[in-house]
Write a protein that binds this ligand. Sequence first.
Ligand SMILES: *[C@@H]1O[C@H](CO)[C@@H](O)[C@H](O)[C@H]1NC(C)=O
Ligand SMILES: [Cu+2]
Length: 240
Amino acid sequence: MHYSTAISVALLAATASAHTIFCQLKTDQQTYAVSYGIRTPSYDGPQTDVRAANLACNGPPNPTTPSSKIIEVKAGSTVSAIWRHTLQSGANDVMDPGHKGPVMAYLKKVTDATKDSGVGDGWFKIQEAGFSNGVWGTDTVINSGGNQQIRIPECIEDGQYLLRAEMIALHGARSTNGAQLYMECAQINITGGKATKKPTTASIPGIYKSNDPGLLIDIYNKPPSGSNPYKIPGPALFTC
Ligand SMILES: *[C@@H]1O[C@H](CO)[C@@H](O)[C@H](O)[C@H]1NC(C)=O
Ligand SMILES: [Cu+2]
């Protein structure tokens, strides 16, 4: 396909304006301010290299701002990771609806949530939504005003954790590294956990490969279907 330079630039601009940020956390106690306890970036662009260290908690080319805050979260409660197009956007501006793909959340136990980079082992997946009945995980988040509902397992240990919320947009995923991965890490302190089960953990980067069937996929010409279901990337979901 051949596009004039002007049209390519226009398409690029339209795409760039359509990204998203996990910028705010809502617990069963309260809704925190934008960027409170979350390392939010100054630019809303994606990560596209699944081998990059910045796949853990975002980072250059989207520089993130550290936070000294830690948010109290109860084991067994449900929190909302709130997504917005920019740090200033409202609930009607979550992400361009043309961005379709899976939504996931991961936890990593850390010694100091304000300092741990998140890079490396320790991660386990606690929530995922792929494609079912014609609805993508991203559709559900957009249609709920940017709320990604995440239940914190009741069986894990208390302590400080990084909560990594992620949305993946597959509109360009027919070519390698064309999937757009959006993620930020919230700094939380979990209390009330029963500590009855130890999750199997994985490394970020390391959880994804660029040719995973859920990341290298042509969702327009070969959309997932009943006989060819969408395969959510990453490790198996941890459950109590
Ligand atoms: C985490 O919660 C426990 C239990 O309430 C508390 O003792 C501890 O100081 C908290 N840690 C941080 C870093 O907030
Ligand atoms: Cu985008």
